[in-house]
Write a protein that binds this ligand. Sequence first.
Ligand code: ZN
Length: 400
Amino acid sequence: MTKVIDTLKNMNRDGKNIFSILQKNGPLTKAQIMDLTKLKLTTLNRIIKPIIDEKLIVEASIGESTGGRRPSLYDVNMTDYAFIGIDISRIYTQVIFADFKLNIIHKERFSMDSSYSPEKTVDRITDICKNAIHMAELMNKELIAVGLGTVGPMDIYKGIMKSPANFMSKGWTGTPIKEMLQKNLNLEVYMDNGANAAVTVEYLFGYGKNLKNIAYFNFGIGIRTGAISDGNIVRTINDAEDAFAHMVIDVDGEKCICGNYGCVECYSSIKSITKNFKKRIAMGESTKIQKSIDDINYIDISLAAQNGDNVSEEVIKKAAEIFGTGLSNFINLLNPELIILSGPLIMVSELFYKISVATAKQKCYLSKHSNIFFNRGGYFKENAISAGAAAMAIENLLRE
Ligand SMILES: [Zn+2]
């Protein structure tokens, strides 16, 4: 028996195109498919038949009739197959199981402390997957492939994480993560950086659907950025996602982890917000946060900023103004129609989000001439990277 993954890979170009159209827009009638593909009915029937025989496309239901016999609707099979999407993001890992349309069937997440080496992380992911396939919602589904969204820089073809910064455990540099996962899960793994995964799923299935130019920013331990320009991912040499974070915003600014001075990263990441807050308290300023200084984190600062704590408010405002200034430069450069700001900091701090957007709008040249939409969290929220990783695995299969 041919494996489903091979059937998907071996479909001809028209077959892949029809499958992709149904995946994104189905259910559709044959007339609608013909309209979108410009194929004749005889050709469509010939191409679609083996895909229906393989149960990858199914007759979904009966459509609206305009008189006479009601036409059948076709769609991708959302019942029998599943993909795994993995998001390894320095302080947590999330694993999801999703159908062809990225509906999440099952999801698990764990935090990562300094004990989470690559080996321990992969073992934990393996355990999650091996247990999940026996659950009622997954036991009758065939797993097709795995998508991984993780931290760059990386070599996505060799499947190696090159030198990702800020993991709590040592040992992540040079990790052959793709091979490790493939061996343990016995499935093909496709990898990319987490921000590219997130922007892809928002573009194909989220708020970016029907747009051509969108950007996605994730505020976690670092600031991770992904962009789609005219329908294509904007790629960087090592598939790193932190290029934007090292945009210099203040030539006389603080020293950054990259060796330069005054990068966005120095002011606007979770790490910098916490550091800048603690520095001010250490210099003698007072805060209303009732915790010992070592225990104060970005959540405390974000909440205090909205409850009248002066130092917190100033640190968050400064962080957002600097990010918003960088964002205005980014907008001028890439002209996105939609900008999604997401990640733990954005979700906890409405103040940060609002000031970032206001600053970007005020300082950017383009916003005076065109409508740019901003969104907090995106459609996929905290699932964007893992769902995006699964979406990229499917896209790869339909491209190979
Ligand atoms: Zn830097």
